[in-house]
Design a protein around this ligand. Structure first.
Ligand code: HEM
Length: 509
């Protein structure tokens, strides 16, 4: 308004035109620079100016993921290859040494553009933040994943595992059923109670509005990431799923906000009343630690900061573990000899007893841990993740300009026959300590690696062990699908297209 008041109509027009010309020139210059710099990097053809390889891509998410994995095989003898998605270049990495170059360099810590669509839900919490904010938060949050608090969470995991077993009991001996949702709701109950200290009874009431919104939101976001024409907010809001997105967002945020307020009041009450502290203390949750934590200047996190982290844990902390447990169930169900060995180990630890699992037991379940690791090798819950290259760099002799996006495909990396002979075979023994000696440290990275690795990995392994052990103590699993029928959907989290179909037989000890 002020500028328009000082200039007449034609001057405003000329200024606008100059501004647009300048922006177009800058974008074009950047595009031509990247095009030239990346020319020597192998790529698929045909590649058209501005459209890139977009005309070659399969339109649906599952086929696109299979296509990219197919390209990694085609380019296996190159250290990397490039894809142009419209005017944006992506370098695809699938070899341990090229991945090491990126992940071990603290300069390349920024997340790629597509993570921006998580911001309305997660704000800039640990997963999505960058620079000093990320460093500060990571330092503050690392102690909240300390071993002692994880031990307290073991109780929650055992309890929710019991609820799951009661539900599975009803399916045992009754022929094939899809266990995917049963496992997922169990993981959701565990994360709600451990992250927020709130029971949501997802396993018995799977029609909760909050639960529905978590799924709806993950769905909506992945769809938007695949459709560049919906990237601008105004297009998305008017022509895309913007309204549906905002409705789910409201439900998700008001739920976590009310839990945070409730918990703050509770903590204030407990701190002011030492008797109730002795008698009726609730279990600790991540949220309690976030409410109490202070930085080196004694400053607490604001409620908005805390909400970002709670929402992040809710998002990262249940779909990933649920998918991992489901894949492991399929693999155990299709490899009876592996299943028997895992059950033998459980028998050695628990005998006939039905007692809950404690931390000492967890340490003894070494073979089960190998099963979990091998399942995450074949089906990493996060099948790819991305970074922005923050300064000009060299990857295996190729110059990569600042601003290029890099996609790390763990699904392909984990199938490198140099480190995992007969890579499609399910062999938990690969992860026995003696068989890991000398393996490249970046050959197996289901939890990413380097400074921005997964903060929840010990929590995840613990949850998987408790739930899988509970199932294997009571049931024999028989898989009803062949590997080729599983058709992994490579979205944010790797899921089988039709779920996981199994039959369960009750075990007599
Ligand atoms: C099997 C289960 C899991 C797998 C495979 C997994 C995998 C990953 C991967 C690959 C990343 C890096 C993502 C990226 O760079 O974009 C990551 C980051 C993260 N994960 Fe997990 N995750 C799992 C479970 C969990 C759980 C249970 C929690 C929390 C309770 C969690 C919280 C996080 C957070 C907060 C980050 C961001 C860390 C940072 O940037 O500093 N994850 N996870």
């Amino acid at each position: 308004m002020l500028v328009a008041g000082l200039l007449n109509g034609s001057e405003v027009f000329v200024t606008l035109l100059l501004f647009l010309t300048f922006i177009t020139y800058q974008l074009l210059k950047d595009y031509v620079h990247k095009w030239r710099e990346l020319k020597p990097v192998p790529g698929i053809s045909p590649t058209y100016p501005f459209l890139g390889n977009a005309l070659n891509f399969k339109s649906n998410g599952r086929d696109f993921f299979c296509q990219v994995v197919g390209y990694t095989k085609e380019f296996w003898n190159s250290p990397l290859f490039k894809l142009w998605i419209g005017p944006v270049p992506f370098l695809i990495l699938y070899h341990a040494d090229t991945i090491e170059t990126v992940l071990s360099n603290p300069v390349h810590m920024d997340k790629a553009y597509a993570y921006k669509f998580l911001h309305p839900w997660l704000g800039t919490g640990l997963l999505t933040s960058t620079g000093d904010k990320w460093r500060h938060r990571r330092k503050l949050l690392t102690p909240t994943f300390h071993f002692s608090i994880l031990t307290e969470f073991l109780e929650v995991m055992n309890e929710q595992g019991e609820v799951l077993i009661e539900k599975l009991e009803k399916q045992a001996g009754k022929g094939p059923f899809n266990c995917f949702n049963h496992i997922t709701l169990c993981a959701l109950d565990i994360i709600c109670e451990t992250a927020m200290g709130k029971k949501i009874y997802a396993q018995s009431n799977h029609d909760s509005e909050y639960v529905r919104s978590v799924y709806r939101m993950s769905d909506i976001i992945t769809r938007r990431q695949r459709m560049p024409w919906y990237w601008p907010d105004f297009v998305y809001n008017y022509f895309g799923e913007g309204r549906e997105h905002n409705r789910s967002l409201k439900i998700l945020h008001s739920f976590t906000e009310s839990v945070i307020n409730e918990r703050t009041e509770y903590i204030t009450y407990v701190e002011s009343d030492s008797e109730s502290d002795q008698g009726t203390r609730k279990r600790r949750a991540f949220l309690d630690m976030l409410l109490k934590t202070t930085d080196e200047d004694g400053k607490k996190l604001t409620h908005k900061d805390i909400q970002e982290e709670v929402d992040t844990f809710m998002f990262e902390g249940h779909d990933t573990t649920a998918a991992a447990m489901n894949w492991a169930i399929h693999l155990l169900g299709s490899h009876p000899e592996v299943q028997k060995k895992a059950q033998q180990e459980l028998f050695e630890v628990f005998g006939e007893s039905e007692r809950p699992i404690n931390t000492e037991d967890l340490k003894k379940l070494r073979y089960l841990e190998c099963v979990i690791k091998e399942s995450l090798r074949l089906f990493p819950s996060v099948p790819f993740f991305a970074r922005t290259i923050c300064e000009d760099t060299q990857i295996s002799g190729y110059k990569v300009p600042k601003g290029a996006n890099v996609i790390i495909i763990t699904y392909a990396l984990h199938r490198d026959p140099r480190f995992f002979p007969d890579p499609e075979e399910f062999r938990p023994e690969r992860f026995l300590p003696e068989n890991c000696v000398g393996r490249h440290p970046y050959a197996y990275i289901p939890f990413s690696a380097g400074l921005r690795n997964c903060i929840g990995q010990r929590f995840a392994i613990m949850e998987e062990k408790v739930i899988l052990a509970s199932i294997l103590r009571y049931f024999n699993i028989v898989a009803c699908q062949k590997r080729e029928e599983l058709r992994p959907l490579g979205e944010l989290v790797l899921r089988p297209e039709q779920g996981i179909w199994v039959t369960l037989e009750r075990r007599k000890h």
